[in-house]
Design a protein around this ligand. Structure first.
Ligand code: ACO
Length: 431
């Protein structure tokens, strides 16, 4: 009779073990009973880069990478992109259910009324070099917020967590806009509470001398949809950093700084910037076949940026929606000339055996950079624009980790392959 266990026979000793299987997984700690001698540490599982290891149980985001499905708290991403807005989606991610009207009003009010930064924050942003990468500035600035809110260290106080949540979601757009204005040498533009979350971000990025900034509705909506699509993506590199750093009970500002630092890399949230640089390097549509050839010959050394995903082995559902958003933005701002190169890359790659065999499809970053560029933002701001909406996902995952009785400080094991014990050699005896 089938039972929910795994039978293991250790051929080193001939011993047999029954290991429980729950939710399609064995508990790695159950392997420790498998020993060859007394004093043996016990069997471990070896899984560099967490290719097949679940590090938590989560109720937040569901992905089926083979079918190209993404859901937040059970709601399909397509429905949220069409019917929700970013603040409502952030509420959903953090609270587990859609808000009632009064709940959404209170939530939006509280986020909107936590957008202003302490004036001293401007002083250290001023200290950055004029050509500092905005993501480096954002990482530093959000970490520095920890020094302004001493109450943030009370991580097991639900009221304190709620306050830091308002502050982080409210202030990320302000930090992002301030680092952008610093790069361009423009005076900082302050938040406008009359505007929506993304309308206010556009205000703080682009306001000139007008008394009241009026966001372009199509761009405001496009940014809002992009923010919904980027709000959470379960246990990716930056979320793992958020949970890992948070597991030592650091305050949430320091943990978000760590998560944003992880997001910065070109293999993760920095890919949207890398995609644009790649499209510019290719230069024209007729050069696409030559570039694809280089990627194939490069075998992992030359990457088709914005393609491939650890989890999606099908079209990234976010990329599909982003393509529609791109069309709406191009209607207002004019067609991005790099779009033709991107479309040609996608067309050729989707027909090519190299990409088909490896199940490489466009990911969320393939088209998002084209939209941001058309909105008038420089490439090095793209990862910053990713970090703003992902903050709600990071906080939600952090809180889930803190309240999970099975979680402890994150501390992987290693397989030591270094030198065996040896004696210190004095300088004059070294070769
Ligand atoms: N271009 C060319 N070849 C690729 C690409 C790519 N973009 N991505 C993967 N491959 C190849 C690898 O070389 C490897 O080939 P091999 O089997 O011959 O060695 C095979 O596909 C499998 O790739 P892995 O690196 O093992 O896949 P992994 O899951 O570790 O990496 C990742 C996923 C990091 C996203 C990778 O696909 C990549 O670097 N893509 C480009 C960067 C990018 O767009 N990142 C954004 C991801 S979305 C996000 O983070 C928001």
């Amino acid at each position: 009779m089938a039972s929910n266990t795994l039978t293991i026979i250790d051929n080193r000793t001939g011993k047999k073990y029954e290991i429980p299987v729950n939710n399609g997984a064995i508990n790695a700690s159950d392997l420790r009973q498998i020993t060859v001698s007394e004093g043996d540490f016990g069997l471990m599982s070896y899984d560099p880069a967490f290719m097949n290891t679940a590090s938590c149980q989560s109720k937040i985001t569901y992905i089926d990478g083979d079918k190209g499905i993404l859901r937040y708290r059970g709601y399909p991403i397509e429905q949220l992109a069409e019917k929700s807005n970013y603040l409502e989606t952030a509420y959903l991610i953090l609270h587990g259910g859609l808000p009632t009207k009064p709940q959404l009003e209170e939530w939006s009010y509280n986020i909107t009324h936590h957008t202003i930064l302490h004036e001293n924050v401007k002083k250290f942003i001023d200290g950055f070099h004029h050509d500092a990468h905005p993501m480096g500035m954002l990482v530093s600035a959000v970490g520095a917020l920890s020094t302004f809110y001493a109450d943030a260290k009370n991580i097991f106080d639900p009221e304190s967590r709620k306050k830091q949540t308002y502050r982080l979601i409210g202030k990320m757009p302000t930090l992002a806009a301030f680092v952008y204005r610093h790069s361009t040498g423009m005076p900082y533009a302050y938040p406008d509470n009359d505007l929506s979350y993304t309308g206010n971000l556009l205000n703080m990025l682009f306001k000139m001398t007008e008394l009241k900034y009026k966001p372009q509705p199509v761009l405001e909506k496009a940014l809002d949809v992009l923010f919904i699509l980027h709000a959470d993506h379960e246990q990716n590199c930056s979320t793992n950093a958020m949970r890992g750093v948070g597991s030592s009970h650091s305050d949430p500002y320091c943990a978000v700084a760590a998560a944003a630092a992880a997001l910065y890399g070109p293999l993760h949230g920095g890919a949207n910037e890398a995609v644009l640089r790649m499209l510019m390097e290719i230069g024209s549509k007729d050069k696409v076949p030559e570039f694809i050839k280089r990627v194939k010959e490069g075998r992992g050394k030359v990457m088709l940026m914005g393609f491939g995903h650890r989890v999606y082995k099908n079209y990234d559902p976010r990329a599909r929606i982003i393509k529609q958003v791109a069309d709406s933005v191009f209607e207002v701002k004019g067609r991005n000339p790099l779009l033709d190169i991107a479309l040609e890359l996608e067309r050729i790659a989707l027909e090519d055996d190299y990409f088909i065999k490896r199940k490489l499809y466009p990911n969320v970053d393939f088209y998002s950079g084209l939209i941001y560029q058309s909105m008038g933002l420089p490439m090095d701001m793209f990862p910053v624009l990713f970090a703003i909406p992902r903050t709600s996902g990071w906080i939600s995952q952090w809180e889930e980790m803190l309240l999970d009785p099975e979680q402890k400080i994150a501390r992987p094991r290693q397989i030591y392959k270094g030198a065996d014990k040896r004696d210190y050699v004095p300088m004059d005896k070294r070769k």
